[in-house]
Design a protein around this ligand. Structure first.
Ligand code: F0G
Length: 462
């Protein structure tokens, strides 16, 4: 007998209480936070889906690894365990630890980009885009057209547009120092990239002599989607699939706070000896010696173990299914989400759900506030507050107005998800009363983290 219920493949050894608040308390908290969920105190949040980054629960083996951590400044055994774990998956020659993903991005881009360069990517994540633009280079998003249509079903909506890639490379000789592919495509709905697409991008890049890098934060989730959706991979292990993905690239940046199953850490890995040397020099300047890169020895151990656990089939099956479980409930209730559900998150299409709010009044931001006010749920806007601000200071509406509900790894159970669904269905019944927002105070870059807002028409709810 094969039972159909997919269970959490773990039992719980340590618990952390979460706190109920009243709607009145949340109203005060929101006002004090300048209507910015990043500015809330976390203890005022009941279910925190702000991010899946660094918010996961570690396993008993990872905690055991923490105790083994070797804190030697140089050449610690923990570094070699970490290096071996990364190389087992990526096969890449140089492994450079960093304190998180964006540090790897800054070091890579700082070592390779010059003014006026172009970096094509299926879709840059916000910090990736900011780190490219900080080097006065252009961050060019070229997902396949299906990737920008939330309701359209496509098994690999994260794919990079190969025709556009070829165009950019042929029209800008010498100005594209690298091409990136983000797996899964976070800003585009947590959508996977197919093996065929990575392979084809690799062939195009090779033809133009340009290196291909993966932004590999969620490589294991991407591997799982390839296993269940791409022909020829059903009988391959997630590890073997990941190894094949990395065999087509010259390097990667990685935030171990996602598929490293760790609370902090990241790395840059690459094959080019000379570029690796330049990156290591930059690392020493700001992150630390190349065998710890701003991390403690115990962090390196936690990542080394996490990278082994994350490719387990029972884990990945549970992980992808728990996100899809919420997606199924929302689809049934006609709540518009990016289809199919992503690997680490559900993305609500706020433009479709709240057509009465113009993009200039940030419908996705308003919806995320409503979810907090009604049910204590913290999500994140991926829309025009996050992406509307242009490098020259002008404002342009984002391609999509999404609210992302990101699932921390191994943290919430099915009843938490049932509660979430209940809140979402409730908010759906009062959606016509939600009003738009206006920015009152904003920093020059990455404004979504610290901007202050207010209801554009007096209050969040009419
Ligand atoms: N690339 C992608 C695709 C990401 O999703 C992130 C982080 C980074 C790079 C940067 O990594 O945070 O370790 O510096 N994403 C988190 C999120 C913050 O909420 O999606 P980091």
């Amino acid at each position: 007998m094969e039972f159909k219920t997919i269970i959490e493949p773990f039992r719980i050894k340590t618990v952390e209480p979460i706190r109920q608040t009243t709607r009145e308390q949340r109203e005060v908290a929101l006002r004090e936070a300048g209507y910015n969920l990043f500015q809330l105190q976390a203890e005022d949040v009941l279910i925190d889906l702000l991010t899946d980054s660094g918010t996961g629960a570690m396993s008993s083996e990872q905690w055991a690894g923490m105790m083994r951590g070797d804190e030697s400044y140089a050449g610690a055994t923990s570094f070699y365990a970490f290096e071996a774990a990364v190389q087992r998956i990526t096969g890449l020659k140089h492994v450079i630890p960093t304190h998180q993903g964006r540090a790897a991005e800054r070091i890579l881009f700082g070592s390779i980009l010059r003014d006026g360069d172009i970096v094509p990517n299926n879709t840059h994540f916000d910090t990736t885009r900011a780190n490219v633009e900080y080097r006065n280079a252009k961050a060019l998003d070229i997902p396949i057209p299906e990737g920008r249509q939330p309701h359209l079903f496509h098994p690999f909506k994260g794919n990079i547009d190969l025709l556009q890639l070829e165009d950019v490379l042929s029209q800008n000789p010498g100005r594209v120092p690298l091409v990136m592919i983000t797996i899964t495509n976070n800003s585009g709905g947590g959508q996977p990239v197919s093996m065929a697409n990575i392979r084809a991008a690799y062939e195009i890049c090779r033809q133009f002599g340009v290196p291909l890098f993966l932004d590999a934060c969620r490589f294991a989730e991407n591997a799982w989607f390839i296993k269940i959706r791409e022909k020829g991979y059903a009988n391959k292990s997630p590890l073997a699939i990941a190894q094949e993905m990395f065999s087509y690239v010259d390097g990667c940046t990685m935030s171990a706070k996602k598929d490293g199953l760790a609370n902090i850490g990241g790395f840059l890995a690459l094959n080019d000896d000379e570029l690796a040397q330049r990156c290591k020099n930059a690392l020493i300047l700001t992150e630390g010696f190349p065998t710890y890169g701003g991390l403690a020895g115990y962090d390196l151990e936690a990542i080394a173990v996490g990278l082994q656990e994350v490719v387990r089939e029972d884990y990945l099956q549970y992980r992808i299914r728990s996100v899809a479980y919420l997606g199924d409930i929302l689809i049934k209730a006609d709540i518009p989400i990016v289809q199919p559900p992503g690997g680490h998150a559900i993305y609500i299409d706020a433009k479709a759900m709240l057509p009465h709010i113009p993009q200039s009044e940030y419908p996705a931001w308003a919806l995320s506030l409503a979810l907090f006010l009604e049910g204590g749920i913290r999500s994140v806007e991926i829309g025009s507050v996050m992406f509307g601000q242009q490098p020259d200071g002008s404002e342009e509406p984002a391609a999509m107005e999404l609210v992302r509900l990101a699932f921390p790894r191994r943290v919430y159970t099915q009843s938490h998800v049932d509660y979430l669904a209940e809140v979402l269905l409730h908010v759906n019944t009062i959606k016509n009363r939600i009003q738009g927002m206006r920015i009152t105070d904003s920093p020059p870059v990455l404004r979504h983290f610290t901007a202050r807002l207010e209801p554009a028409h007096g209050s969040l709810f009419m």
